[in-house]
Design a protein. Sequence first.
Length: 310
Amino acid sequence: MVTPVLIGIDWGSTSLRAFLIGADGSVLREHAAAKGASTLHGHPAFVAALDEVAGAWRRAQPPLPLLACGMVGSQHGWLEVPYVRAPAGATELAGGLAQPGDTALRIVPGVLCNDGLLPPDLMRGEETQIVGALAQHPQLADSCVILPGTHSKWTHVAQGRIGRFATHMTGELYAVLRQHSVLGRLMPPEVTPDMDAFLAGVTAARDHGELGLPHQLFAVRSLGVTARLRPGALPDYLSGLLIGHELRAGLAWRAGHGLRELPLALVGAAPLCERYQLALAHCGQAADLVLDNTAPAGLLALARAARLLS
């Protein structure tokens, strides 16, 4: 039997996931609820949501520490936890933990990248996934880590610390365009994945991206109006176009910062990582490592760095 040592919380804007984490890093149990940080208001609501997903574990084993990452620590969350500045690793993140009120919960800070040359960039939640990826795969101590998602991150990890990074609002753009723009009017609400259409979008971005994303986006409509793509293929064409532009910019960013020879890792939900793998291969770049959710491993590593474990 593996002994539980930590209750870890991955608390995003729209979802809440709790993990009972063992001493060896394994997830012994998991609870989830649609109680994201952006859906809750006021201290009592957050307390109730935490009790819903982790209350039984806490009552069974009161000494277990609680550690949360994600948007729960944002200005729209339970408690705004100040960002630590990049470069930052487990030590800096552990030093920035904060507690909301008199609760036993500690919240991980995000990371701010602000060199004064470009607009600042932010991450909150992804830093814990990166710490987890490093804990599981030390060879990523010097690497380029891509975290696909609503706000995809391209991160330079140097000597085990998060250095510069760049955010792409790819997932959010897809959702907004799919649901609230003229492009979505031709798309049926439910579709079967069409990877040929997806790769056609990636190809358009790869080969003709100099035309500009605003121009190429209109092709999602024109290809549908002229029946060159069937309605059910349009969502995947849009996805491929957006991800293709992200990869075009991200791979150029990687090369421009001298990271071309470093390992390239994908960290995130398996279906989305598979899509990015396919798009990367289509652009002539393979991912060296693909990892699923590494937040529990990151939370355990940060708990150790903060000396929360008995």
